[in-house]
Design a protein around this ligand. Structure first.
Ligand code: SF4
Length: 145
């Protein structure tokens, strides 16, 4: 049976909720330094389910199109406030690649089962595997139209 968008979003959120329950002593303090890709040299890679959830959350802010920016920061970072526009639905990488202030990144083995669930969903959605956040979310926005 074909999955609905609501099913997909619920499945991704369930994975994020499971991550939040893990007894790992790290906590994001929303400094958003990790959202400055030109500084970190790291860009989050999203599976298709994550991208669809991020796109849905972005649209819920009343926006339709990602900003064309060349400042090297995440397109989902609101420049005026310095806050993530989709924080509650931010991608898995944003939840696990914590900065030093938040306790450092998760070891892959601590979250491998959840990564596999996201990858499995990606396969079921005919995704192309993890993709950089801008193109992944831009395509997901097109798909949600
Ligand atoms: S999605 Fe949000 S938390 Fe993740 S890099 Fe972009 S602005 Fe930062």
């Amino acid at each position: 049976m074909q999955k609905t968008i609501a099913d997909i979003l619920a499945e991704v959120r369930a994975i994020y909720q499971e991550l939040a329950k893990r007894p790992v002593t790290r906590s994001c303090v929303a400094r958003t330094e990790c959202c400055q890709f030109q500084l970190t040299g790291l860009t989050p890679q999203l599976t298709k389910g994550e991208a669809l959830l991020a796109a849905k959350a972005f649209r819920a802010t009343g926006r339709r199109k990602l900003p064309e920016t060349d400042d090297g920061a995440c397109p989902l970072l609101q420049r005026a406030t310095g806050r993530c526009l989709i924080y509650a639905d931010r991608p898995f990488g944003c939840r696990t690649h914590f900065c030093a202030a938040a306790g450092g990144p998760y070891a892959r083995k601590e979250v491998l089962d959840l990564i596999r669930r996201l990858e499995d969903l990606d396969v079921r959605l005919n995704g192309d595997g993890p993709r950089k956040i801008f193109s992944a979310v831009a395509d997901a926005l097109d798909e949600l139209r």
